[in-house]
Design a protein around this ligand. Structure first.
Ligand code: IPE
Ligand code: IPE
Ligand code: MG
Length: 247
């Protein structure tokens, strides 16, 4: 039996995407520097990955750094990049033990060299893992991604006059992955902030009030429960039924 009885395993999102927001406010509330909030944001990253892997979610995408986040003070960016390197170094072993594949989406070449190296090493070591794929969205922005996809398609010699949605999808950072069915944003903010604009066309959006460093498995379970109560109609009239597995 599942350790999470409130969740219907026959109606799980295959792909969950999370806008992890509120680290700075969390730190401010404690009279600390914003960077302290980013460090505290590592625990919920671990909790989210563990929960999704345990449930059988196939893809988890975490928005960690946006193309717009480059406009932040240099000290904060440097601290975030250092935290990224440290966290990947520390957590790779756990990813291997849990059969989780690490992947990165975004303008990875714009990251500091040390981050790129640490990332590609962890991505390489975990590339044959099959239980779940953990995507880190780093220097990621949807507008960048879509423009880039069009350029890649043109460079690959695609027929631009007969361009289709399927052609574009082949060149997105998320090529080959299912679209997220559930998008979670924390910290009570009701916006998308340039995240997966193409892929979330029909995602269910759940906003959690908690700031990211306070988020634990129970909060994510609550978000999945909300998702499971939603009627998804995809532009039609009738809700699309969940296909019950025969297991
Ligand atoms: C999210 O927390 C983490 C990143 C964007 C890197 P913020 O740093 O945006 O925290 P708030 O939203 O200012 O509280
Ligand atoms: C979105 O959060 C980006 C990430 C979580 C990485 P921001 O805090 O950067 O977004 P805005 O500025 O509130 O829209
Ligand atoms: Mg924010």
């Amino acid at each position: 039996m599942s350790s999470y009885p409130s969740i219907n395993l026959n109606n799980l999102p295959q792909h969950i995407a999370i806008i992890m927001d509120g680290n700075g406010r969390w730190a401010k509330g404690k009279g600390k520097l914003r960077v302290f909030g980013h460090s505290a944001g590592v625990t919920p990253v671990r909790e989210a990955s563990e929960l999704c892997a345990e449930l059988g979610v196939k893809y988890l995408t975490l928005y960690a750094f946006s193309t717009e986040n480059w406009s932040r003070p240099k000290a904060e960016i440097d601290a975030l990049m250092a935290l990224l390197v440290k966290t990947i170094r520390k957590e790779t072993k756990t990813l291997i033990e849990n059969n989780i594949r690490l992947y990165a989406i975004g303008d990875i070449k714009s990251l500091p060299l040390e981050c790129q190296e640490e990332l590609s090493e962890a991505i390489e070591i975990t590339k044959h893992n099959t239980r779940m794929q953990l995507n880190l969205a780093l220097s990621y922005g949807s507008r960048w991604e879509i423009v880039e996809a069009i350029k890649r398609a043109a460079a690959a010699g695609e027929d631009m006059k007969n361009f289709t949605a399927q052609t574009l999808e082949k060149y997105l950072e998320t090529a080959g992955m299912p679209d997220p069915e559930l998008l979670i944003r924390t910290s009570g903010e009701y916006r998308i902030s340039n995240f997966m604009l193409w892929q979330i066309a029909y995602a269910e959006i759940v906003i959690l009030e908690k700031l990211w460093p306070d988020v634990r498995k129970a909060d994510l379970i609550q978000a999945i429960e909300i998702y499971q109560k939603r009627e998804r109609r995809f532009g039609g009239v009738e809700p699309v039924k969940v296909v019950e597995s025969t297991k």
